[in-house]
Design a protein around this ligand. Structure first.
Ligand SMILES: Cc1cc2nc3c(=O)[nH]c(=O)nc-3n(C[C@H](O)[C@H](O)[C@H](O)COP(=O)(O)O)c2cc1C
Length: 202
């Protein structure tokens, strides 16, 4: 179906193949931490990430062939670390190919243990979740949606919202990482209050 003819600025995007490399979208970036069968740590960056509703559920898109997916199916838990913009390089390197089944680059990470589950977080991130696997939904082409219940959460105090500090100041002083899929990133330090309609209900 061609683009509407009265909208001259619109071009058709071929949906017979994946469309996501044709334009930019804004996404978070996290590192999902899981435990390998030999007890070692696995970390993998993911940008297809979202809260699953207003309660404490978290979801991300994965592939059943990834160790992350297999580890979660086996252990029933995973960690989430939200890196700061200064951690872009190490976050990316966690996607390095395996050598003899392992990612040697993971030895360069400083980590600390989760409290309620078996798992590790990367040092110096700004937000952390400990998740119990909730459900995995297969069948999005070659991908699956993995969801978890957030059973513990921690944050760098500089990134927490405070009643006596303007949100704009909080974001300015502690910039957020945005992944601009595909293949770019930004540090967000300037923001505006969202113009919600009066009496809006969630
Ligand atoms: C910036 C970035 C974002 C990524 N986002 C995703 C994602 O959302 N979902 C996914 O399945 N893989 C994503 N990947 C690829 C995985 O992180 C990569 O395949 C990883 O090595 C899988 O590791 P594992 O086999 O240990 O799970 C991303 C990679 C990078 C560099």
């Amino acid at each position: 179906m061609p683009a509407p003819t009265d909208k001259g600025h619109l071009i058709d995007i071929d949906t017979s193949r994946p469309i996501w490399h044709r334009f930019f979208t804004v996404a978070p970036l996290v590192l999902i931490g899981t435990t390998e069968p030999d007890g070692s740590l696995d970390l993998a960056p993911k940008h297809m990430v979202t809260p699953m509703g207003w309660q404490n559920y978290f979801g991300f898109v994965c592939s059943p062939t990834h160790s992350t997916c297999k580890n979660i199916a086996r252990t029933g838990v995973f960690t989430v670390s939200y890196p700061k913009p200064s951690q872009v390089l190490c976050s990316s390197l966690a996607a390095s190919p395996r050598q003899a089944g392992h990612k040697p680059v993971l030895e360069c990470f400083t980590t600390f243990p989760a409290q309620q589950i078996e798992g590790e977080f990367i040092d110096e991130a700004y937000l952390y979740f400990e998740c119990r696997h909730f459900k995995t939904i297969d069948g999005f082409g070659s991908n699956c949606l993995i969801t978890g219940e957030i059973i513990a959460a921690y944050a760098d105090v500089d990134f927490i919202r405070h009643d006596d500090i303007d949100d704009q100041e909080t974001i300015h002083d502690s910039p957020l990482f945005a992944y601009l899929a595909p293949g770019r990133f930004a540090a967000i330090e300037r923001s505006n209050a969202f113009p919600f309609p009066a009496h809006m209900k969630k």
